[in-house]
Every structure is written in C-alpha cells, then in structure tokens.
Design a protein around this ligand. Structure first.
Ligand code: SAM
Length: 253
C-alpha cells in the first residue's frame, strides 16, 4: 500500500513513522509512506501557501496552486484523495477497514481555515473528520487515519489480535488482565483462570455487551437495526436491560 501525506508541517510525522507497528509495516515493505511538503510546490518569492479569504473573515486559506501541484506530483490515476476536515464524514473502524483495502491513498492535511474549495471540488474523493472538535491542523487527523488503517492491512498484525479488538465485532472490548493474579487485594476474575474456554468466551461476550450498553448504547441500537446482532448477543442484551444497565458492570467481577 502506498500512502502520500501532503502537509505544510512534514516534521510532524518524524516520530510517528518510526515507532511500533507502523515502523515494522514500513520495514517489511507492506506499506510505503511518503511525506510531501506542500511548500516545495510554492514558487513565488516568499513560497507562500496561504492567503486571505474572499468575502472577508478571520484567518487564512490554503492557496490552490501549491496544493494542486503537490497533489499532481503524486497522483497516478483515480486513487482516493482524503481531505482531513471537521466538516467531513466521521471516521470510524469500518472506514479504516475499507481504506486498508486500497493500494494507494493520498491524504491532504488542512491548516488555517482550511483549503480553497476548488481543491476539494477538483481532487478530493473523501472529506474525513476524526471527531467533533477542532484541531489546529490536519496532521493529527492524518496520523489517526493512517495508524488505524495500516494496522488492519493484511499481514501487518495477526488476524486473531484484530478479531478480539473493540468494534471489530461491533462491541467494545471486554476487560483485560495480566499477572499478578492478585494486585493490591484485587483479584483477576476466577473464570479467566478456570481454563474453560467456553465459559471464558461467554464471560467476555457478556462483559463486552455490558460495557457497550453502558458507554455506547447507540452502537448496539444501530447494529440491531442493521440486523447484525446474532441471537446470542440479543438475548444477553435483553437480559441485561431487564435488570437495568448499572454503573458497576465495568468491573471485572
Ligand atoms: N475553519 C475550519 C472549520 O471550521 O471547518 C477549521 C480549520 S482547522 C483550525 C485547521 C485544519 O485542521 C482543517 O483544515 C483540518 O484539516 C484540520 N482539522 C481540524 N479539526 C479536524 C477534525 N476534527 N478532523 C479532521 N481534521 C481536522
């Protein structure tokens, strides 16, 4: 997979590309990430990339000329061009999985008040927001998109780890424990030490459902509407709801 990130702040990505899963995926040649400095495509005397907004108003806007040149320097065909913006579609795990199947991606990081609309009209296929808040620039959003996308690219981490994660099956993850068995008088739930795989599976599923109902009930409602909840989950949902979703259920025991 080839990812081009267009930014005015290339240094932002230094540590990011050198750490952990991403660094390994790059080293193994599964993903190739190139950071493109938009300023390298500004040819006026001051290499300026922003200008005042037409119609008045605060802040500056990214100029179309350097951005279009930067885009055209990496564009090969009809690959997806993502523009990071708080007014885009809300990013989620489903989108990360969809993007992980692309062979080429271009991500344009906005700055200031954003980019000239003509760039969006001419090149952008997806406007993506990582949440309902305003960042100072698109770099952090690009990192979020790249990190969550690359880790689900086939071969980057093992399939078992992915299947067990929050949102992979539409539910938040169950609680995790490691040694010691007793930490400051708090015990690991006995079922996890039982060696009974079926009991452990059922306990984890129940914990996942309890947490999702309490913290993100809309996920369960949406998946119910979409007909994506198996009967086993629906039954547990009904049972928990009949007893009342309380605040104690996050604890392992
Ligand atoms: N004036 C813009 C607006 O209200 O939509 C906000 C501009 S923001 C200060 C600067 C840049 O940060 C944006 O162009 C965008 O690239 C990025 N950005 C800010 N919040 C974001 C978010 N929630 N998701 C994705 N990108 C974001």
């Amino acid at each position: 997979m080839n990812i081009h990130i267009l930014t005015l702040f290339p240094d932002f990505f230094k540590g990011f590309l050198e750490s952990s899963i991403l660094a390994r995926a790059i080293k193994r040649g599964i993903v190739n990430i190139r950071i493109v400095n938009i300023r390298d495509f500004a040819f006026d005397k001051h290499r300026s990339c922003d200008d005042y907004t037409y119609g008045g108003g605060p802040g500056m806007v990214l100029k179309p000329e350097p951005v279009s040149r930067a885009l055209e320097s990496v564009k090969k065909g009809n690959e997806r061009v993502i523009y990071t913006t708080p007014s885009g579609k809300l990013f989620n795990q489903e989108m990360a999985e969809e993007l992980s199947r692309e062979s080429d991606l271009i991500i344009l990081c906005g700055r200031y008040e954003g980019v000239d609309q003509r760039i969006i009209d001419m090149y952008v296929t997806d406007e993506v927001s990582i949440g309902d808040y305003i960042l100072s620039g698109g770099e952090i959003a690009a990192e979020v998109i790249v990190d969550s996308t690359v880790r689900v690219v086939k071969g980057v981490i093992n399939d078992v780890s992915l299947k067990e994660e929050s949102l992979e099956n539409g539910l938040l993850e169950y609680p995790q424990y490691t040694r010691p068995e007793v930490f400051r008088e708090n015990r690991v739930p006995p079922v996890l030490l039982s060696g009974n795989h079926e009991e452990i599976r059922k306990w984890r599923l129940r914990k996942s459902i309890e947490k999702t109902l309490r913290v993100r009930p809309e996920i369960i409602e949406r998946r119910k509407r979409e007909g994506k909840l198996p009967e086993e989950i629906l039954e547990i949902v009904r049972e928990i709801k009949s007893k009342g979703v309380n605040n104690e259920t996050d604890k392992g025991n």
